[in-house]
Structures are given as C-alpha cells and as structure tokens.
Ligand binder design. Structure first.
Ligand code: FES
Length: 102
C-alpha cells in the first residue's frame, strides 16, 4: 500500500527531507524530475542519511562519508558495505507516496 510521505512542493532539488513515519524514517530526495525515497538510517551506524549531501544520484553519510545510490541503496564506497532499503515512489495530485511494504 502506498504511504504518503510529503507534498511535492516541500522538496527542493538535491535537499533531503526527513519524514518520520510510525514504522520507519525515510529520506526523500528530488533529483531533477525524479523522486527517491531511502530509509533514513546508514547501514554502517545509526546515522540519518538525510543529514548528508546529495550528488549525482547518491546521498552521502555525514559521519564517515560512504555514499549510497538513491536508485538501489547500494553503497558506492566504504566503510559501509550493506545496502540501505529504497522504496518505489509515485506522485499523485502533488503528493509524494512510497511503497514501504514492497
Ligand atoms: S555511519 Fe554512515 S558511513 Fe559510517
């Protein structure tokens, strides 16, 4: 089931928005016309990825500098080695939704 994350208008390009839901925290990122949703916890330690910079469709962990591909959740470099869950997004009537259960 799709879960509403935020309004599209709340997203500035390349600026992560942290959304706290009952089940999880999600970092929502707009890159161009695409919207990405990634769990807002680094896989290396319990750090919000939404505090990091976005560049070339990756988000950087602000603590140790691993970058995660927003499309796949996979780290592009150490020290993180495990992927972070990513969620499929959609935009309906100006609101951003994600499939958190898939
Ligand atoms: S806590 Fe994210 S790379 Fe170490």
């Amino acid at each position: 089931m799709a879960t509403r994350l935020c309004a599209l208008a709340e997203l500035s390009p390349g600026v992560p928005l942290r959304v706290e839901l009952d089940s999880t925290e999600v970092a929502v990122v707009r890159v161009g016309e695409e919207i990405f949703a990634i769990e807002d916890v680094c896989s290396h330690a319990d750090i919000p990825l939404s505090e990091g910079d976005v560049e070339d469709c990756t988000i950087e962990c602000a603590l140790h500098g691993s970058r995660f591909d927003l499309r796949t959740g996979k780290p592009t470099g150490p020290p993180a080695t495990r992927p972070v869950p990513v969620f499929e997004t959609s935009v309906v009537d100006g609101d951003v939704f994600a499939e958190l259960d898939s």
